[in-house]
Design a protein around this ligand. Sequence first.
Ligand code: NAD
Length: 479
Amino acid sequence: MSSLSAHATTTYESRAYIDGVFEAPTAEWIPVLEKSTGTPFARYSNSNPEQVDRAVRAARRSQSRWAATSASERSELLRAFAAQLAARHDELIALIIRETGGTAEKAEEELGQSINQLLNSATQVTENAGAILPPYKEGKISLSRAVPLGVIGLIVPWNYPMSLAMRALAPGLAYGNTVVLKPAELTPIAGGQILAEAAHAAGFPAGVFSVVPGDGPVTGRTLSEHPDLDLVHFTGSFEVGHQIANFAAKSFRRVATELGGDNAFVVLDDADIDQAASCAVWSALWYQGQTCITAGRHIVMRSAAEAFTDAVVARVQKLTVGDPLRDTVDLGPIISEVQRDRFHAGLVLPSIDAGARVAVGGAFDGLFYQPTVLTGVTPDMPVFTEEIFGPVMPITIVDSEDEALELVNRHRTLMNSVFSGDQLRGLEFAQRVKANEVHVNDGYARHGGEGQLDGYTNRQWIGIQRTPTRYPVWAEARP
Ligand code: NAD
């Protein structure tokens, strides 16, 4: 901890980084708080619409030259970007802890994912640029070529500010796109300034990557509605994602939205309770439950319910909450009072009023919220019907596998888990879950991989006719 504490007093500024230049602020400074202590440790100012426009125009101007660089050149730059982040390891771990309120383990995960994403993209870009298609006509060569989309507007949330930005930034840049990033207001340093500094030091050409810190309604909206973007990549809430997708549809623009989910964790009657309880506690409470893949609904078959609840409560009672930079704790603070009130006053208290019981937790001191287990939760209660995004585990009892499945599929989910002593039973259940990701006897998500090329490129089909061809008679020159 001592090497991290050494960075506890470092202060930061997040500036607009446009066309290779860190700009002076055009509006007043706004403090960024260290989440555990509530003290300002950094500042940013809102980028105005003129700055957003300049960033997009710089991205447009530099895009074709960037796309024309060789894959190995782009690969080298991505590696240099990764090296810049790795060289600041201890400082960045302390920064991520202070800015997001996560533990050192969470910060290591986030920085590690960011560096790995850069290195993966650096490799992938040298491996695949499209396909050779079977000739559909004699003497014709057919190619399907991956071409960059163009200019990407990237908007990210506060929970994993660096790695969620990097998830689109690294493959986006690798495949020849240019990117304008707007970090979240609560985390503009790890999510914006540091990335700009690292890319700048790595030697990325001006305009290829710009950062416009600022709020959602003005800076974010101006970026997401800028007419000269080819892709808007948004990670965040359903409400804002909906607005962005609506606008993109009206303007026939490509949009990628990574939104929230009311994820389910199912315990069947033959599950290994000890395994299920460990995984449930981790899946529900990692980073104070503030991830899009957090297990928010625990759906347990009646005969396993008592043992599962006891095992979960025994674990949760021992968890410690506090300042992860200065103390050894399991959970840090909630990101903000607004978020705390949203789930506590908005979801937990009304559910208790409706009959849910607090088995452990349920109280808070400032942003330090006790990890909470609620029992007797029914499917009509707000903690069941809404994404909680906080350290709260609601447990709902069901009488059959079919009932569990129906409850899982009632809500939009991103990632689910099912625990069973019989893996094939787990597999059968998983196959009936309507979600892109289900884990049997585990809870784990994966980023990256083979989908990256398709996500950040268009396919251009080129057919080359090598031998003369005869067209229908009416197209031939008539005597
Ligand atoms: P949010 O939607 O409030 O904010 C996300 C980003 O959008 C921020 O940068 C914000 O400034 C910006 N924004 C806000 N209003 C905007 C507007 N009108 N136009 C353009 N941009 C605007 O979300 P949040 O509270 O920061 O994050 C929590 C949500 O994100 C949860 O629902 C969570 O599930 C989701 N999330 C999803 C993933 C995923 O990969 N699917 C990952 C992390 C978080």
